[in-house]
Write a protein that binds this ligand. Structure first.
Ligand code: GTR
Length: 376
């Protein structure tokens, strides 16, 4: 363990060797530098923010759950001239207002789904363990979901489909794709920000209380989206593991070589330099978590999910604490790894390890919502 810690890059020392000692120095110097390092070496750089030609359409709105909720279907078209590509369909559930004239702005959990819900009909989605909509609504939250594959299909096609095909600078046949060009996880994170663009305009949503949540590859995406886009007031990583919440150096289970081999499209080309070579990375994943400070951050693991490595996920959260301290908050550095099904929380950070295997379940949601109550 001590060797493992000794090999980690310093969170609060910048590239020119200066100590970062205040929130102001963190925000103006260290945070932009860390984002750039993650872009360059891990996730790749998003070539565009909100596209000038993007349009958002509220296509359908109806009462549901016996009139206690409303469901809205929104279509976000990334580029007007390509209606079939980068078309993000957002489904949003909100508690119904008490009277027809009342306007109440609700906090919202935005779930990044990677096909776990899409197996059944959309009417079945809210009944799943993965997205227990009735439970979320009953606690006073709204919740939205989009399919990551709408933004970019989860296949390696040399970055032609999805938003890569729309926004990548065209490289000629002899020009290789730049090593820092965005991978699929970065494209999905970009999609979460476009969903946020819509949520900011919805009169029934409180734009200052939007949480982004994802499981596994969706959790990696939620973390990168939350790191980049400070409009997300809360970020939840569920079992995001390798190149998500877990510290990379000395990690059990999946490693950089494995993830780059099985999922060659997820990260930028430069990340492949770190296959079996993790110690050369200029960052590690506690720095990704630190980029969310001082906003709310919740990391969840499952006891049997050794492939994701709960211990490394927790260590990463603990090591992010110095960034929270710069903002006068605290973290979990002093707390030992918790008992199974015993969530632990600090002011802005929370963690649990649930019994069982790799999944997002009602139990996870119960702990996450309890953390959000009175904080989000
Ligand atoms: C695993 C993969 C993980 C994780 C997961 C998932 O097979 O090794 O990195 O992303 O899939 O998304 O379910």
């Amino acid at each position: 363990m001590s060797n493992r810690l000794a090999a980690l890059p310093e969170l609060l020392v910048n590239q020119v060797g200066e100590n970062i000692t205040s929130a102001e120095e963190w925000s103006s110097r260290r945070r932009p530098e860390l984002i750039q390092l993650f872009e360059e070496h891990v996730y790749g750089r998003q070539p565009i923010g909100r596209p000038p030609g993007m349009t958002m359409h509220l296509e359908h709105q109806e009462a549901c759950f016996s009139g206690t909720a409303i469901r809205k279907q929104i279509r976000i078209q990334s580029a007007a001239e390509h209606p079939e590509q980068g078309n993000i369909r957002l489904t949003l559930y909100l508690p119904a207002p008490a009277t027809t004239t009342a306007i109440q702005q609700h906090p919202v959990f935005l779930l990044i789904d990677h096909g776990r819900l899409a197996v059944g009909s959309e009417d079945d989605w809210p009944n799943s363990q993965f997205w227990p909509v009735a439970q979320i609504l009953a606690r006073g939250y709204g919740t939205a979901v989009f399919q990551a594959s709408d933004v970019d299909p989860d296949i390696h096609d040399e970055f032609r489909d999805g938003v890569h095909g729309l926004f990548d600078a065209l490289s000629g046949p002899d020009q290789p794709r730049p090593g820092n060009a965005w991978g699929t996880i970065a494209a999905w994170a970009w999609g979460a920000s476009r969903a946020m663009d819509y949520l900011q305009t919805d009169p029934d949503v409180d734009p200052n209380r939007v949480a982004v949540i994802g499981h596994s590859r969706g959790g990696k995406t939620a973390l990168w989206a939350g790191a980049l886009d400070e409009r997300f007031a809360m970020v939840v990583s569920n079992e995001s593991g390798c190149t998500g919440a877990a510290i990379t150096r000395g990690k059990e289970g999946e490693d950089v070589h494995h993830i780059n081999t099985v999922f060659p499209h997820w990260f930028c080309g430069n990340y492949k330099q770190y296959n079996h070579n993790e110690d050369e990375l200029p960052v590690d994943q506690h720095m990704l978590l630190a980029l969310i400070a001082p906003r709310l951050l919740y990391v969840a693991s499952a006891a049997e999910d050794i492939w994701a490595d709960p211990q490394s996920e927790y260590l990463s959260l603990q090591l992010a604490e110095p960034a929270y301290r710069l903002f006068g908050s605290d973290g979990l550095a002093a707390e030992p790894f918790p008992q199974i099904d015993s969530p632990i929380t600090a002011q802005h950070c929370g963690y649990h390890v649930r019994a069982g295997g790799h999944d997002l379940t009602v139990t996870d949601w119960t702990y996450i919502l309890a953390f959000a109550d009175n904080r989000l």
